[in-house]
Design a protein around this ligand. Structure first.
Ligand SMILES: NC(=O)c1ccc[n+]([C@@H]2O[C@H](COP(=O)([O-])OP(=O)(O)OC[C@H]3O[C@@H](n4cnc5c(N)ncnc54)[C@H](O)[C@@H]3O)[C@@H](O)[C@H]2O)c1
Length: 255
């Protein structure tokens, strides 16, 4: 499928599990991808070369950097058609509200929520000028469901991403810009695998809630991003697109 032929996409958190799988998928569907992450240029360039795209070292919590990221993408390729605002962190210090300090709270809000505000703020002018664009902001199923194993700032930040996305989707709907939130369920990443190898009970406690009895693969999230980015999703905006294997719909799961 070449649904994204000729489109220019910016992906933040592009060297992570979901980001890299998505950069690869968007490229496979014909897009040219600008990859943005914290790694040094030499490391990032390896992936950009593989995909015939561009790597930019960019901390998405910094406004000047974000402005320069979208400006460089636009100056290099002439348009910015797709923005996948995906960078995020979930550090172990972000825990119960009773333990989580203000510094940790702020760091997670800056990385997960303020970054999405900055990326939307600096990409929308390009999309308005071309009267077309698709923005996909990564939220999470935890914005929908309460967990006793709390990550209080992470959860609140993803709730913010959902609300902000809805508002932007509505505000810019008549200007050809679609803005959607993608809410993955738990994804089978190296971090998750390591964590659960150390503590199988922790994995079992979560898997019991997953109707399919497994976590998502990053490619399955990437496929949803490619759909939302494409004209196949032309009537989808201001939506929360859940890719959670049914977790948020479940009460009792199969044995
Ligand atoms: N993995 C899951 O189970 C899961 C579930 C729901 C939502 N999510 C969300 O999906 C997104 C991607 O997660 P992932 O699983 O691929 O994680 P990951 O840790 O593999 O990737 C995240 C990437 O973001 C980058 N990053 C962090 N801070 C940054 C900053 N300030 N500027 C630029 N880049 C920065 C990291 O370097 C990393 O490459 C995140 O927003 C995460 O919250 C993940």
């Amino acid at each position: 499928m070449q649904r994204l032929a000729g489109r220019i996409a910016v992906v933040t958190g592009a060297l992570g599990g979901i980001g890299l799988a998505t950069a690869r998928r968007l490229t496979a569907e014909g897009a040219t991808v600008v990859l943005a992450d914290l790694a040094e240029p030499e490391e990032g360039r390896r992936y950009a070369d593989e995909l015939d795209g561009l790597y930019l070292k960019a901390d998405v919590t910094d406004e000047e950097t974000v402005e320069a990221l979208f400006r460089t993408a636009h100056d290099t390729y002439g348009t910015v058609d797709i923005a996948f605002n995906n960078a995020g962190i979930s550090p172990p210090e972000d825990d119960s509200i009773l333990q989580t300090g203000l510094d940790t709270w702020k760091r997670v809000q800056e990385t997960n929520l303020t970054s999405v505000y900055l990326c939307c703020k600096h990409v929308i002018p390009y999309m308005r000028a071309q009267e077309k664009g698709s923005i996909i902001n990564t939220a999470s199923f935890v914005a929908r469901m309460g967990a006793a194993t709390s990550q209080i700032s992470y959860t609140a930040s993803k709730g913010g991403v959902l609300a902000m996305t809805r508002e932007l989707g509505v505000q810019f709907a008549r200007e050809g810009i679609r803005v959607n939130a993608l809410s993955p369920g738990p994804v089978n990443t190296p971090l998750l695998r390591e964590l659960f190898a150390e503590d199988p009970e922790r994995a079992a406690r979560r898997l019991v809630h997953a109707p399919m009895g497994r976590f998502a693969e990053a490619d399955e999230i990437a496929a949803a991003v490619a759909f939302l980015a494409s004209d196949d999703a032309s009537y989808i905006t201001a939506a929360e697109f859940l890719v959670d294997g049914g977790i948020t719909g479940a009460y009792v799961t199969p044995l």
